[in-house]
Design a protein around this ligand. Structure first.
Ligand code: HEM
Length: 382
């Protein structure tokens, strides 16, 4: 299959063989079905990430800006740098996320696991989803709203972000969610002096406008729940399919941390960074016109044979440097530290509660999605 024949459905089903062919034959490929270039080699995506002046995040049109309002992921430096300096501190270990991960996250995970009644359950919906939603709600200071509401907000926003065919029902769902969530966030933005230690409190004190807070918290909710959820599901799944890896990871927390990195690398839950060319340019000898959309495919660069040895193998002793699952440039994931803690603590607490956890042989595990990829369900027996 050459690039002209690729469809989104093919990529959603199984992107890896398609991306391997593109890396070998058309590393900078125009894909008509997506109306964008796919860039699949590590060096080229690293170049894109180093040059926001050539590859702008402020794309026009922007599904992200339409669904959420203008936010840090739809702006370039220097405006982006200012927003990042306000939005990032609560997600570093020295901000709200540090004490949350150390003091509250293990109990939150243990509580959700304790409420699960076996023998069979779905790790994704019964555990990973409420844990990811609850963790982000607590750090942001939206915990009054509960797991289910956070999850419904996330789904409503994502439905509109991925509404490439402009389905009016999805637009309406997106608009309702955007307004409802906007009201909930606005209600939390009181006078800065009265704010608590939550991330929203820190944004107010650090001088973000109410509109900036609302739009960027919408961005955090649209991306900061699905991804740790998929991370917990993928790491759990890999551990349940490989006894030696599971034993090593459960016996040694350094090994579990390395396993998490390898799973993020091999499965890359976020598929691409999508940008717009600001000038006519050439990449690997291919002409890209000003205004074209260009997707740097993180999933592909994390498996690039010229960058990694035996790339598909999960190797806890690999020493080949950092992967690109959280991106490489100015927009590198703001929640990566918190996300990693959610996955690590989530997996530890799940296996602590269910030491004999195993895959349910009656249900095959199916991964789905290109832009966001994870298990549709992970049915297990306790
Ligand atoms: C743990 C799994 C996660 C993965 C794999 C992941 C992946 C990514 C990637 C690849 C990007 C870059 C997108 C781009 O440049 O187009 C990104 C950005 C971002 N992520 Fe994450 N993410 C994760 C967790 C989180 C969490 C827990 C949050 C919570 C707030 C979060 C919030 C954000 C935000 C706000 C941005 C935009 C940053 C900017 O524009 O500077 N992510 N993430």
């Amino acid at each position: 299959m050459n690039a002209a024949e690729i469809t989104l459905a093919d990529l959603d089903r199984n992107p890896d063989p398609i991306l391997a062919r593109l890396r070998a034959n058309e590393p900078v490929a125009w894909v008509p079905a997506l109306e964008m270039w796919l860039v699949t080699k590590w060096d080229d995506v690293a170049f894109m990430e180093e040059r926001p002046d050539l590859f702008s995040a402020a794309t026009e049109p922007s599904f992200l800006a339409r669904a959420l309002g203008q936010n840090m992921l739809t702006t370039d430096p220097p405006e982006h740098t200012r927003l990042q300096s306000i939005m990032k501190p609560p997600f570093r270990p020295g901000g709200r996320s540090g004490p949350f991960a150390a003091d509250e996250l293990p109990a939150m995970a243990a509580g959700i696991a304790a409420a699960i009644n076996g023998p069979g359950f779905d790790v994704m919906t019964d555990y990973a989803q409420p844990l990811s939603a609850g963790a982000l709600a607590t750090v942001l200071g939206l915990d009054a709203h509960g797991f289910d509401t956070m999850w419904a907000w996330c789904e409503g926003l994502c439905a509109d972000i991925a509404n490439f065919e402009n389905d009016p029902a999805l637009t309406a769902l997106g608009e309702t969610t955007k307004a409802e969530l906007g009201a909930a966030i606005s209600a939390r933005i009181v006078d800065a002096d009265e704010m608590d230690g939550s991330a929203i409190g820190a944004f107010v004190r650090d001088g973000a406008t109410p509109e900036e807070i609302v739009n960027n918290v919408r961005l955090m909710i649209s991306g900061g729940i699905n991804e740790p959820r998929d991370g917990i599901g993928l790491v759990t799944w890999v551990m349940l399919t490989d006894d030696a890896l599971r034993e090593r990871a459960l016996a040694d927390s350094a090994a579990l941390r390395r396993l998490i990195e390898e799973v993020f690398r091999v499965f890359s839950p976020v598929g691409t960074v999508t940008r717009q060319a600001t000038v006519d340019l050439e990449l690997r000898g291919v002409a890209i016109a000003r205004g074209d959309l260009v997707a740097g495919v993180l999933r592909s660069v994390n498996l690039d044979e010229d960058h990694w040895s035996d790339p598909s193998r999960i190797d806890l002793d690999r020493r080949e440097g950092a992967h690109a699952a959280f991106a490489l440039g100015a927009h590198r994931c703001l929640g990566e530290w918190l996300g990693r803690q959610e996955v690590r603590v989530g997996v530890e607490q799940l296996f602590a509660r269910f030491p004999s956890l195993r895959l349910d042989p009656a249900h095959e595990v199916e991964l789905h999605g290109f832009e966001f990829r994870g298990p549709k369900a992970l049915r297990v027996l306790a």
